[in-house]
Design a protein around this ligand. Structure first.
Ligand code: BES
Ligand code: MN
Ligand code: ZN
Length: 481
């Protein structure tokens, strides 16, 4: 989509959107042409449209100077026009644009909307995302034009929304496309492309390097697949020379069958989403430099596949981690924490100011919090609060879950230093995080469990089918805070 800014309405074709706040003043409606005003008066008189946030009113107008289709879009009360509302309104308008065959669209930006242009455009652009990239017969793609009608200079806001949206689409593709297309090598290729384009440092470890370093947990998980394991490391230096880096670790399980603790039908089908954490970290690096973020950031993405064959790891196997700790595998489906543990040990060596893990770590987080809130856990409350705040600002909501000492003891093993699961069903997300904590060595650490939020088959108005990229904007805002 191509966004243009017009000082006054010039388009004669396509669709014209007129936003209407339910308590709009005469002044804010003054800019509308008389045809728009008279339609608004008519629908209001007939009580068909009051400007409520879910309302639309559509008509065709005969005019030589205006687009022929006119859509009034309710925006709710002015005082309720928050960042979240702006995103929602943008998405609703965006959905109409995505489904309409017109080429040109025009939208009035009223003074009441000035504070949340970025969010409005984020919603509007993200609704254009298409999940059908792998259909062989595609509709002809035409570049749609969106005219924003405003007297203000909003070039910076448009740029910001476009940049963030590019990262969002990138993450969605990685998560939506299946494991036979997006495998560990594909992620490695993308990491290298991003590094080349932005002049970041990059390293891609394969089986040989990982074995030499002793990443026994990660390699144990990957044993059942014919593909090589990878770990991608990206390094961006936007901060001061001696400033401690922030390390982002993202789970990259390209497909999670559960291993010999095999997932059943209805649970296994969408497990290509299990690299969403890793995809999110790649998405951050895709735009870090362009957004001019002034931090030193290191991304670590362990990428493996949890399959079954004659070499696959078994429940009861004892694996030796990169840290030296031994782990009894009580459940091969608790594989995320295993690969993250080795990646965390690697990340800790940079002596980071903060280490953030983001992962589709548990299904339990979706049971506890549903599909709107990611779980957030860690060993440092101020860091957790900063991340929660960044999530609130970006619309990626989180809610804290506890990590009490007696829960942590549930991971003690009789035969190894610890085990990866306790065979129970209580507080599964806390238990997963408790495992990670054993490897952070006191580093300020925060864990975001996106197991319930990364992927949806019932998208909300602000989402598209499949991947949500939940956590991407949160991390970007966090790095900017
Ligand atoms: N990748 C899954 C978690 C998951 C489930 C993410 C559904 C998204 C949607 C993870 O590896 C897993 O299998 N977790 C198990 C842990 C259990 C065996 C301790 C779970 O949550 O059931
Ligand atoms: Mn699993
Ligand atoms: Zn998994």
């Amino acid at each position: 989509m191509k966004i243009k800014v017009l000082r006054s309405l010039k388009a004669k074709e396509g669709v014209l959107f007129a936003p209407v706040f339910s308590d709009a003043t005469k002044v804010s409606l003054e800019n509308f042409p008389k045809e728009v005003k008279s339609f608004l008066e008519l629908v209001k008189k007939n009580e068909e449209f009051k400007g409520k946030k879910d309302q639309f009113a559509k008509t065709y107008i005969e005019s030589k100077t205006l687009p022929e289709k006119l859509i009034l879009k309710g925006f709710g009360k002015i005082k309720n026009y928050t960042a979240a509302r702006a995103r929602e309104m943008g998405a609703l308008i965006g959905k109409v644009i995505a489904d309409d065959k017109a080429r040109e669209f025009s939208l009035y930006i009223l003074p009441e909307m000035d504070a949340h242009i970025v969010e409005l455009l984020e919603g509007l652009l993200s609704a254009q995302y298409k999940v059908d990239a792998h259909k062989s017969k595609k509709k002809k793609e035409v570049t749609k034009i969106l005219n924003l009608i405003t007297g203000k200079n909003i070039a910076a806001q448009i740029k910001r929304a476009e940049t963030v949206n590019r990262a969002t689409g990138f993450v969605k593709n990685l998560v939506n496309w299946p494991a036979n297309i997006v495998d560990a090598d594909y992620l490695a290729k993308e990491a290298r492309r991003i590094a080349r384009k932005n002049n970041y440092k990059v390293a891609v470890f394969g089986n040989k390097e990982l074995k030499k370093m002793g990443w026994g947990l990660l390699l144990g998980v990957n044993q059942g697949t014919s593909r090589e394991a990878r770990c991608l490391v990206l390094e961006y230096n936007g901060g001061k020379r001696n400033e401690k880096p922030i390390v982002l670790v993202g789970k990259g399980v390209i497909f999670d069958t559960g291993g010999y603790n095999l997932k059943p039908t209805n649970y296994i089908e969408t497990m290509h989403q299990d690299m969403a954490g890793g995809a999110t970290v790649l998405g951050v690096f895709e735009v870090l430099k362009e957004l001019g973020i002034k931090k030193n950031v290191i991304g670590v993405i362990p990428a493996v596949e949890n399959l079954i064959d004659g070499n696959a790891y078994r429940p009861s196997d004892i694996l030796k981690s990169y840290s030296g700790k031994t782990v009894e595998v009580t459940n091969t489906d608790a594989e995320g924490r295993l690969i993250l543990a080795d990646a965390i040990t690697y990340g800790v060596q940079f002596k980071p100011g903060a280490l953030v893990t983001i992962a589709t770590l548990t299904g339990a987080v979706g049971v506890a919090l549903g599909s709107r809130y990611a779980g957030i856990l860690g060993n440092n409350v101020p860091l957790r609060n900063r991340i929660r705040k960044a999530g609130l600002k970006s619309g990626d909501l989180t809610w804290p879950l506890p990590l009490p000492n007696d829960y942590k003891k549930r991971l003690d093993s009789k035969v190894a230093d610890l085990r990866n699961h306790d065979l129970g069903r209580e507080a599964g997300s806390s238990l997963g995080a408790a495992f990670l904590e054993r490897f952070v060595e006191g580093t300020h650490w925060c864990h975001i469990d996106i197991g319930g939020t990364a992927f949806t088959e019932k998208p909300k108005p602000t989402q598209t089918f499949g991947a949500t990229a939940h956590g991407l904007k949160l991390l970007l805002n966090f790095l900017e805070s």
